[in-house]
Design a protein around this ligand. Structure first.
Ligand code: SAH
Length: 223
């Protein structure tokens, strides 16, 4: 079976579980070749619904988690997105496929921050190979500080677990009406995924489900 067949089967399974419902997210998951973002030794597992190691103790999330976060963010063409935790670059490519599809008359952009220089460099290579390099900017730095240069953002997603107190710069760099999707709670066990909607100076917080992410390390993260 080739990669495309495996990808289609994975997406059919996620649709059956009602994890994938939005046409824009389904289309993006069908388009982005996940196998180009996983380490060579794991290519045959690229379309299994499981997280995979990408080195330096970090993981590319399981596809159902990518799908859940993209759905929760309600991403739309033209939006400016900030991702904290580039890792493999796969999730950034998915977001870019939705906010900045090729030939869009109103393309958005994805800014993604990674604290490990090596991972950022590998992600850049994968993004180049898959033709997302002009739609995704990879920045090396501490994403708990957000990325003030291009703020405010329509949507922010964090793909590492924050302490209970959400990093204030991320809330500050969100547009009015914007959505922040972030796992928070603890370094390892006992994390929940939150959807935070900004309304003026108020934040509406919704807990989605229990999750397991690697820790968010940085000034407003863990040590
Ligand atoms: N979105 C990724 C999953 C990445 S795993 C993907 O699609 O593959 C989480 C990543 O967050 C790791 O690469 C880790 O190094 C990074 N990270 C942790 N704390 C960070 C911080 N403060 N700023 C930027 N990246 C961080």
């Amino acid at each position: 079976m080739d990669y495309e067949d495996k990808r289609i089967k994975l997406i059919e399974r996620l649709k059956k579980r009602d994890i994938l419902t939005k046409p824009s997210v389904i289309k993006a998951m069908l388009k982005v070749p996940r196998h180009e973002f996983v380490p060579e030794g794991a290519i045959d597992s690229a379309y299994i619904d499981s997280p995979l190691s990408i080195g330096l103790d970090q993981t590319i999330s399981a596809p159902h988690m990518n799908a859940m976060m993209c759905e929760a963010l309600n991403l739309k063409e033209g939006e400016k997105v900030l991702e904290v935790g580039t890792g493999s670059g796969y999730h950034a490519a998915l977001c870019a496929e939705i906010v900045a599809p090729i030939n869009s008359s109103n393309p958005g952009h994805v800014y993604t921050i990674e604290r490990h220089k090596n991972l950022a460099e590998k992600a850049r290579i994968s993004l180049r190979k898959t033709n997302y390099e002009t739609r995704v900017s990879v920045i090396v730095g501490d994403g708990t500080l957000g990325y003030e240069e291009n703020a405010p953002y329509d949507k922010i997603l964090v793909t590492a677990s924050s302490p209970k107190k959400i990093p204030p710069p991320l809330k500050g760099q969100l547009k009015d009406g914007g959505i922040l999707c972030i796992p928070a709670g603890s370094r390892e066990w006992g994390q929940d995924l939150y959807i935070i909607l900004k309304k003026g100076n108020e934040f509406e917080v919704e807990k989605v489900s229990g999750v397991r992410f690697v820790p968010l390390i940085g000034k407003y993260g863990f040590d």
